[in-house]
Design a binder for this molecule. Structure first.
Ligand SMILES: [Zn+2]
Length: 696
């Protein structure tokens, strides 16, 4: 799972709004198309795959050619389902891995690109103006840092902490990520209402782990960050850049401590301005909140009180000179992509290269489309939805999600580790979850937001300011749980919004191979059905147990229920800890536990839903495979992925998901899989029934 913070200059562009308590299952999210050459390569592979699909569509809808039938399914179900795909698939140059959804991503990007091309050719289009301003590279290079001049001079002129705090608020409103960050977001104790939140943000290296002494990687990244800060400061004409860059790094190290415990008890810290002044003196809190444009006298929530206290202490100790340098670095980092090449390249090399391992930027046209989606997404997404997601497909997916939901309800009603009262509440919670399919029912108009052809920098400032004002204006507007705030309709991914109890399945995600209205139901349930089941179980796992049936941040499991759940999960930890994914490198059973638990639930639920959807009829045997076999094969093929050695190492060390190969081994815990493939004692994946993990 992933819970992104509020967005700054390095925001993931495929994520609609970086807000709190959103979860995206991001195992497939990290792949970034990295060069024009790769773009061409991928185009070819799109056509290749389409050709295979049409050749086999009438025979079987899963990828028979991708299988390796010399492997026994009970020995390695992943290789049985994907062995040939693994051998045939080439990882594009510069990419850490490639997944089966890569073609769907490419299709989605191309479709979006063609819409953007049309808008770019329309002189009256607002999206077109924004795009044209981004594509005029010659003009950007001629202007250099010029457009940023006034904002830069305002920063170099800061002479007091009061002024620094005010600037932090004001620049924060314009998309500059600083350590005193605030936003309007849902009130975790009052469902349907929003509140003012103090959030944690403003670290140049993003992840707090990079600031802790220890690994060689962290030291290397810190060194690169210091060099990057020095170059930005020098480029801005700040004297003594090397010393100040070192001070910025040292200062951020103070901001980064302590590391908040993962999965700790949720905090609900409601404070007044006076409380903050008393608890964390030395920071002009009033000045910052006024700069945010927050209404006076309202209570505020501190999301991570210990972190904010540490940051306040660091602010107190720091000199104005250090704070000024820090702000200049944060400002240039956020706006570099909209300035001349030299600065944009510096930011790319660090934010994308050093931090994410991306070796070349996405094609500029794609980044231009990303920029439109950042500020006025519905201007293009509404066209995408109307063009590429039919009403019939939407209705079919809704029917599938109903079957999945019903199957989960039947399982929830029978789980033995819950007591009667908890089971009842769980069923009530499942009832409250909404599933949004394809695209929103209403589109936003972004009233008053205008863009100019010849002013990229100003466009970004206006876009950020508009979003900030809109965000603050939401404070007294009731929460609309149907609001698409985590993903775009064209995104090839799904998102679960914990506090709003809402699951989002974008049109971009609902295309082949994940969902295909013409495909065998076994495939749609093995892929999409499993994913929907997986996402739904997240509402009833360790994380979901801290949000109740109203989306309220309130633990709702009695201690005994929690203990029984954890005991079952423990068996899953041991199972995954035993998998060697690369020579000498095992899967981390603890880190990947939440996702493995959800996979187990998703697989069981989707299987039940598939059988229920058949309505008692036995599906035909196709190409020698029964419906049950095609269901499990589709699940395994949905998990195919190929990694470079580095890519695999990175996933094993940092990702909450196990690599696809080991995710597929979840079938060992599902009785129906044994029946479908006659798996017996002696097969490597065989587990006696008593050792199969059963949670849902
Ligand atoms: Zn998940």
């Amino acid at each position: 799972m992933e819970r992104p913070g509020r967005g700054g200059g390095t925001a993931n562009e495929d994520n609609k709004q970086q807000e709190r308590s959103l979860r995206r299952d991001d195992a497939h999210q990290q792949y970034v198309f990295s060069s024009l050459r790769v773009f061409a390569l991928m185009l070819r592979s799109v056509f290749a795959v389409l050709a295979i699909a049409s050749a086999t569509a009438s025979a079987a809808s899963f990828d028979i050619r991708g299988m390796d039938r010399s492997v026994r399914p009970g020995d390695d179900f992943y290789l049985y389902a994907n062995g040939q795909w693994d051998r045939d698939t080439v990882i594009p140059a510069g990419a850490p891995f490639v997944f089966g959804t890569v073609n769907a991503r490419r299709t989605s990007i191309e479709r979006l690109g063609s819409i953007v091309d049309e808008l770019a050719a329309d002189p009256a289009s607002r999206a077109g103006a924004l795009y044209r301003s981004f594509m005029d590279e010659a003009r950007l290079d001629a202007l250099g840092l010029g457009p940023a001049g006034p904002m830069l001079r305002a920063l170099t002129g800061l002479r007091s902490k009061e002024a620094v705090a005010e600037a932090m608020g004001r620049y924060g409103n314009l998309g500059v990520s600083t350590f005193l960050a605030g936003t309007v977001d849902d009130d975790d104790r009052r469902p349907g209402h929003r509140a003012l939140h103090w959030t944690s943000d403003g670290l140049g290296m993003g992840d707090r782990a990079y600031y802790q002494p220890g690994t060689a990687d962290a030291a290397k990244v810190a060194q690169a960050y210091q060099a990057y800060a020095r170059q930005l400061l020098a480029r801005a004409g700040v004297p003594d850049a090397p010393r100040l860059a070192a001070e910025v790094l040292a200062f951020e190290r103070q901001l980064a401590a302590p590391n908040s415990p993962e999965g700790g008890t949720p905090v609900y810290d409601k404070v007044s301005l006076r409380d903050m002044e008393r608890r964390m003196p030395g920071v002009p809190w009033h000045t910052v909140t006024r700069a945010f444009g927050w209404p006076e006298g309202r209570a505020m929530l501190i999301d991570e009180p210990e972190v904010l206290a540490v940051r306040a202490a660091a602010f107190r100790k720091a000199s104005v000179e250090t704070l000024r340098a820090y702000l200049i670095v944060r400002f240039l980092d956020a706006y570099a992509p909209y300035l001349s090449h030299d600065v944009a390249d510096l930011a790319f090399a660090f934010d994308q290269g050093v931090l994410k391992g991306v070796t070349a930027p996405k094609p500029r046209k794609e980044r231009g489309a990303d920029l439109i989606r950042r500020f006025i997404p519905d201007d293009v997404e509404s066209i995408y939805a109307a063009r590429y997601f039919s009403a019939a497909a939407r209705a079919e997916v809704k029917a599938l999600t109903r079957h999945v939901r019903d199957a989960f309800a039947r399982r929830l009603a029978n789980v033995t580790w819950m007591d009667d009262a908890t089971r009842k509440r769980a069923l009530g919670k499942l009832d409250n979850v909404i599933i949004e399919v394809g695209y929103p029912d209403t589109w936003r108009a972004y009233k008053g937001l205008r863009f100019e052809d010849d002013d990229l920098f100003g466009n970004v400032v206006r876009g950020e300011a508009w979003q900030h004002e809109w965000n603050v204006a939401q404070l007294d507007v009731p929460v609309d749980r149907h609001e698409w705030r985590c993903l775009y309709p064209s995104t090839v991914n799904a998102c679960s919004d914990d506090t709003r109890l809402a699951l989002f399945l974008p049109a971009g995600f609902l295309q082949a191979p994940t969902f295909d209205p013409d495909a065998d139901p076994a495939q749609n349930y093995g892929r999409l059905g499993e994913t929907v089941g997986h996402e739904l179980t997240h509402q009833f796992d360790r994380a979901g147990s801290t949000f109740n049936e109203d989306g309220l941040r309130a633990p709702w499991w009695p201690a005994a229920v929690r203990e029984r759940f954890l005991a079952r999960e423990d068996a899953l930890v041991k199972q995954y800890d035993a998998y060697e994914a690369a020579p000498g490198m095992r899967v981390d059973g603890k880190r990947t536990l939440g996702e493995n638990t959800a996979d187990l639930g998703g697989l069981n639920i989707a299987y039940d839903a598939y059988r229920a959807a058949l309505d008692g009829k036995e599906p035909p045997v196709v190409d020698g495979f029964t419906g049950d076999q095609r269901f499990f094969l589709s699940f395994a093929q949905n998990n195919h992925g190929k990694y470079t050695a580095d890519g695999l190492r990175h996933v094993l060390l940092t990702n909450e998901h196990a690599p696809g190969h080991q995710r597929t081994f979840e079938v060992r815990n599902v009785d129906a899989w044994y029946r479908a493939f006659d798996v017996e004692p002696g097969d490597r994946l065989y587990l006696p029934p008593s050792e199969r993990v059963r949670i849902w």
